[in-house]
Design a protein around this ligand. Structure first.
Ligand SMILES: [Zn+2]
Length: 433
């Protein structure tokens, strides 16, 4: 994955967290200090996969909200559980999710946390070593739009967001960044959305929200604002290259043209859209119109995996019954999961490909398993259609080894599991679930 989409037999030299050279096997950049070597002979080295829509705060809720529509899923399970979160449970949830992501080859995410305890999530992200743009969820619309346990005043929501941005945007040597994260249009007032647009513009942070996920959501926005949702979001400044809109399932020609014109990032979440019964986003139509598209697993309770390989494979497959077997071929999907994600995070020049000068976010895949053989088949096909998260052998983020030989090096996985289980038991007791 470079400018020319070349597949090379070669070495990647990393220095000070950046890619210093990419060249033929056996020829390292120069004769200076001998670099430490990770032997990747027989492995496939890729840019780390990027998921531009994740809710780490929901990882603990995996398996607790199955087989519900979006509206039931939110009201009956997700909102009460999010409202019951503490610093400790948000931290545990982020550690569990980030461990799964790193072990599965996802090196960078755009993450929407819950309303409170976002600092605890950032502390987890800082220690575990994933690249993340994360933000506190904003929900200021009065009831019944939001549950009382999560709703905040517009001022409180914006003040805490600005403080978190000040503290975390650019932290950990730039590995951590902030996003302003209005939950979705029905949860937020117009003044909040306009203020978010201004704050993002001033700080250089990303805007991360959901849009056009279900027909009910579109009807609600239309009833309350008189506008189609994508046009409404655009009118309050939630658009453009700084904004990432998850889902965009229910978009017509006008909405697609507007998303393309504004260079707004669309984040496709195929598993989530299928599991919640939301629909199939018209991604090939959006790409043809010039839209910028990334992919993401969304939260653990609506997927239930945080597996970029699963999302890539499904992104390709779900379009084919509707548009024909040549819709969204493998190579295009791999771009969505790398360069598309990089662009959605505002890091298009920093990550998403193996090119000299970019950050060293790299993964090494072992495709020796029978499910990815024979080896002479097209490599991109083997990565997108055959590979799975468990095939990831090594992961490097910002030049640091975070997974080696399939083992997480930055945290104790047994401890993460133990803490996660204790925290979700406590949360379930507290909400009576
Ligand atoms: Zn989501």
């Amino acid at each position: 994955m470079d400018g020319a989409r070349r597949v090379l037999d070669g070495d990647v030299l990393v220095e000070n967290g950046r890619i210093k050279a990419v060249g033929p096997t056996g020829r390292r950049a120069d004769g200076r200090a001998k670099p430490a070597v990770i032997d990747c002979k027989g492995l496939v080295v890729l840019p780390g996969l990027i998921q531009a829509h994740i809710h780490l705060c929901q990882t603990l809720f995996r398996g607790l909200a199955d087989d519900l529509s979006l509206e039931q899923w939110l009201a009956q399970r997700i909102w009460p559980l999010e409202a019951a979160h503490t610093d400790a449970s948000v931290h545990a949830s982020a550690m569990l999710g980030a461990a799964e992501l790193l072990l599965g080859g996802t090196t960078a995410i755009l993450d929407m946390e819950t309303v409170r305890h976002t600092g605890a999530a950032f502390e987890a992200l800082e220690s575990i070593g994933i690249r993340a743009t994360a933000g506190k969820c904003l929900m200021d619309a009065p009831p019944p739009a939001n549950p009382p346990g999560l709703r905040e005043s517009t001022d409180a929501a914006l003040t805490e967001s600005a403080d978190l941005c000040e503290r975390w945007h650019g932290a950990a040597g730039g590995r951590l960044r902030y996003c302003f994260a209005p939950r979705f249009a029905p949860s937020c007032t117009g003044p909040l959305l306009r203020a978010v647009s201004d704050l993002a513009e001033h700080s250089g942070a990303t805007i991360h929200t959901h849009a056009a996920e279900t027909p009910l959501e579109l009807d609600t926005v239309k009833r309350e604002t008189g506008h189609d949702e994508i046009a409404y979001l655009d009118s309050v400044g939630i658009s453009g290259p700084r904004a990432a809109l998850a889902h965009c399932v229910w978009v017509d020609k006008d909405a697609i043209a507007r998303l393309a014109r504004q260079a707004t990032n669309v984040v496709h979440c195929p598993s989530s859209n299928l599991k919640l019964g939301s629909g199939i986003a018209p991604i090939p139509e959006m790409l043809a119109a010039g839209c910028h598209v990334a992919i993401g697993a969304d939260g653990a309770p609506c997927n239930n995996r945080l597996d970029a390989f699963e999302e890539m494979r499904l992104a390709a497959l779900i379009q084919k019954p509707r548009l024909g077997s040549d819709a969204l071929p493998a190579a295009q999907v791999l771009e969505l999961a790398t360069l598309g994600g990089a662009r959605a995070l505002g890091l298009g020049t920093e990550i998403g490909s193996i090119e000299v000068g970019k950050c060293a976010d790299l993964i090494a895949l072992d495709l020796a398993g029978p499910h990815a053989q024979p080896e002479d088949a097209d490599l991109i096909s083997r990565i997108v259609y055959s590979a799975r998260a468990a095939d990831v052998r090594h992961v490097i983020v910002d030049g640091k080894i975070v997974v080696r030989d399939g083992e997480l090096k930055t945290a104790d996985l047994a401890q993460i599991r133990k803490t996660a289980n204790a925290e979700i038991r406590r949360l379930r007791r507290s909400v009576g679930l």
